[in-house]
Design a protein around this ligand. Structure first.
Ligand code: AMP
Ligand code: TRP
Length: 326
């Protein structure tokens, strides 16, 4: 038996923040020890929002570079751009024929984004392409943040539906969603998740932010009234979010963090959090500065070749089952 396969994807637009890192990316890196890991910069998904082509191309390269700097090792993981492997979209079409519109109408991400007035067919079928991303590689495990659970559920349904209709083909994929860190909240509004697209730059810390910026963002984070460092999402979401960030960056269990710092003033604790984030991100900034664009481009080209050949290996079986083999 070979190792199980892990697959995950990240959209290349906007800057990667510590929510992406703590919820997903950090686990991507760790899983390289135990699994065959496949990571994808999902550029076609990003096209569901309007993009300036020149900026988009640059952001796509930048996303790949940040992934590598954060520890995705191209010698251990398959890393590539989704658009370079057309088997993804081919499988998405086939899976689309198994998808009920009712399933897609229920997707909260679609409801949110289409409510902002930018609904298009790509946005609607976004979760089907995501299912294809996962299933094309016969992945078993999918490390993601909490906001992807509904999409993941559809991927599982589609795997089962395909297997029932055409015969056993796909493993039914399971999420790897961390107990702590799956939903890092905005530093300016602890009721909203930290997001790449929020207008207020103060709401997030980016993976490549310099120490001064990080300090400023954390010290200005919205905290709750009262004093004392506690872990309580209901009563003190602002400080709880910082406790979680601190716990993850220092690899200290939440209980220990709270015990040790319960008496501290908010300002004092924020300084500690800022230093922990600065220290945690320093190696990523250093690795990023040392990486040449040309090297990243070579890595991504090689990744695309390998991913195409492995995806094609599986897709042959899918075509045969559906009656598109000959
Ligand atoms: P995206 O930027 O939407 O491509 O997300 C990349 C990964 O980061 C996905 O696995 C998301 O679930 C995860 N993610 C995004 N925002 C957060 C957040 N605020 N907290 C934890 N994980 C997140
Ligand atoms: N929808 C995911 C996000 O916004 C990105 C994504 C696309 C993905 N395809 C995937 C994640 C496959 C995991 C597996 O974060």
């Amino acid at each position: 038996m070979g190792r199980q396969v892990v697959f995950s994807g990240l959209q290349p637009t906007g800057n990667i923040h510590i929510g992406n890192y703590l919820g997903a990316l950090r686990n991507w890196v760790r899983l390289q020890d135990e699994y065959d890991t496949i990571y994808c910069v999902v550029d076609l998904h990003a096209l569901t929002q309007p993009q300036d082509p020149v900026v988009f191309e640059r952001e796509r390269l930048e996303a790949a570079k940040v992934l590598i700097a954060a520890g995705v090792n191209p010698e251990r993981s398959l890393l590539y751009y989704q658009s370079k492997v057309p088997q993804h979209t081919e499988l998405a079409w086939i899976l689309g024929t198994l998808t009920q519109m009712g399933n897609l109408n229920r997707m909260t991400q679609f409801k949110e984004k289409s409510g902002q007035g930018s609904a298009n067919l790509g946005l609607y079928s976004y979760p089907v392409l995501m299912a294809a991303d996962i299933l094309i590689h016969h992945a078993h495990k999918v490390p993601v943040g909490e906001d992807q659970t509904q999409h993941l559920e559809l991927s599982r349904d589609l795997a089962e539906r395909f297997n029932r209709r055409y015969g056993e083909e796909f493993p039914v994929p399971e999420g790897i969603i961390p107990e702590v860190g799956a939903r890092i909240m905005s530093l300016q509004d602890p009721a909203a998740k930290m997001s790449k697209s929020a207008e207020n730059l103060g709401s997030r810390v980016l993976l490549l932010d310099d120490p001064d910026t990080i300090r400023k963002r954390i010290l200005r984070a919205v905290t709750d009234s009262g004093t004392g460092i506690t872990y309580d999402w209901e009563a003190k979401p602002g400080i709880t979010n910082l406790v979680e960030i601190f716990s993850l960056f220092t690899d200290t269990p939440i209980g220990e963090v709270v015990n040790e710092h319960s008496e501290k003033q908010y300002g004092e604790f924020k300084l500690l959090v800022a230093e922990a984030v600065i220290d945690g991100l320093a190696p990523i900034r250093r690795a990023h500065a040392a990486l040449e664009d040309e090297e990243v481009k070579r890595i991504m080209q090689k990744g695309a070749l390998d991913a195409r050949s492995s995806a094609e290996g599986f897709q042959v079986g899918v075509r045969e089952k559906v009656g598109l083999g000959g």
